[in-house]
Design a protein around this ligand. Structure first.
Ligand code: 13P
Ligand code: SF4
Length: 304
């Protein structure tokens, strides 16, 4: 089947199954093109919570599809590539978090959405990179356990100096590998460009940025800024929308290694197979799901 045949089959199956296709901003271009919604983790969660489709085809990684199941347990959520995971989410287990909570009694346990359902079930509230500061500021507790991303944790702690943070030592392999030396080199080469980075980057890199935000916030910032040149400090998938929506602007990827191999697993063919064979259905144990939902619902309530 060629590309146009695949696309028309996908559209037909989508109608027959009353399905929607959602895609994260890091997905390959052709998957972004066929999605009903392309967004950051927060927008995708909110959309899944409200959608009245029966089937959600989640083009992203495992924790994202799992969050959709938790927020909409009555829907069928399909992850086209079953081994599309997030190595950072795997850097903490529920048992690790239970031990951490014993060390800091009275602290609020906050998890980045990049965590398993079991870890979310142990938390008071969840957050994404677009709302972490807002959510944590709104909490009564002064002491905050933040898991698993130390880099996002550092960023949030720098924005809320009045609270005490206990940071788990997890990181995103794709963002963490970029060092400040690379930033200096690229800035020297393109001195008139603004640097926009994701808070999963190292604190030394974040300090050098003109803007720090989620994938969606980076895309919105570039669109509304009067500047014409931007260095992009996050996964290369965002370049598709940036270039498409801003033909008069120039975008430079901060590092050519900004590729999340898991996000790149999903293809048009795997979306077609997912709808055709109704695979891979993501499920979450009922008790875990109900507890994790409280953390996600609280995020939606605090972040609006
Ligand atoms: P966003 O919520 O900014 O889309 O980020 C998700 C993610 O996994 C970043 O690596
Ligand atoms: Fe996980 Fe990093 Fe890939 Fe995002 S970019 S899904 S944090 S590995």
């Amino acid at each position: 089947m060629d590309k146009s045949e695949l696309i028309s089959h996908i559209q037909k199956q989508k109608k027959e199954r009353n399905a929607v296709i959602v895609a994260h901003n890091y997905q390959v271009d052709e998957v972004q093109e066929i999605a009903d919604l392309v967004g950051d983790s927060f927008a995708l969660s909110r959309y899944c919570a409200k959608s009245d489709a029966e089937v959600i085809v989640f083009c992203g990684v495992h924790f994202m599809a799992e969050s959709a199941v938790i927020l909409s347990p009555e829907k069928t959520v399909l992850l086209p590539e079953i081994d599309a995971g997030c190595p950072m989410a795997d850097m903490i287990t529920a048992e690790d978090l239970r031990e951490e909570k014993k060390k800091h009694p009275g602290a609020a346990a906050v998890c980045y959405i990049n965590t398993s359902a079991e870890v979310k079930a142990e938390c008071d509230v969840c957050c994404t990179s677009s709302n972490a500061v807002k959510v944590i500021k709104a909490l009564e507790e002064k002491d905050i356990i933040f898991v698993p991303d130390q880099n996002l944790g550092h960023y949030v702690a720098s924005m809320i100096p009045e609270k005490n943070f206990f940071l788990w030592k997890g990181f995103c392999p794709t963002h963490h590998r970029v060092k400040p030396e690379t930033v200096r080199e690229v800035k020297e080469r393109i001195p008139d460009a603004l640097l926009l980075v994701h808070p999963e980057c190292r604190p030394e890199v974040v300090k050098m940025a003109d803007f720090v935000g989620s994938t969606r916030q980076i895309i919105d910032y570039a669109a509304s800024s009067p500047a014409k040149k931007f260095i992009i400090g996050t996964e290369m998938g965002v370049m598709y929308k940036l270039k498409k929506d801003n033909p008069d602007k120039t975008f430079y990827l901060l590092d050519k290694g900004f590729v999340c191999p898991n996000m790149k697993k999903t293809t048009l063919r795997s979306v077609y197979d997912a709808l055709n064979e109704m695979k891979y259905r993501i499920t979450v144990d009922k008790d875990i799901s109900e507890r994790a939902k409280k953390a996600l619902d609280r995020m939606l309530e605090l972040a609006g």
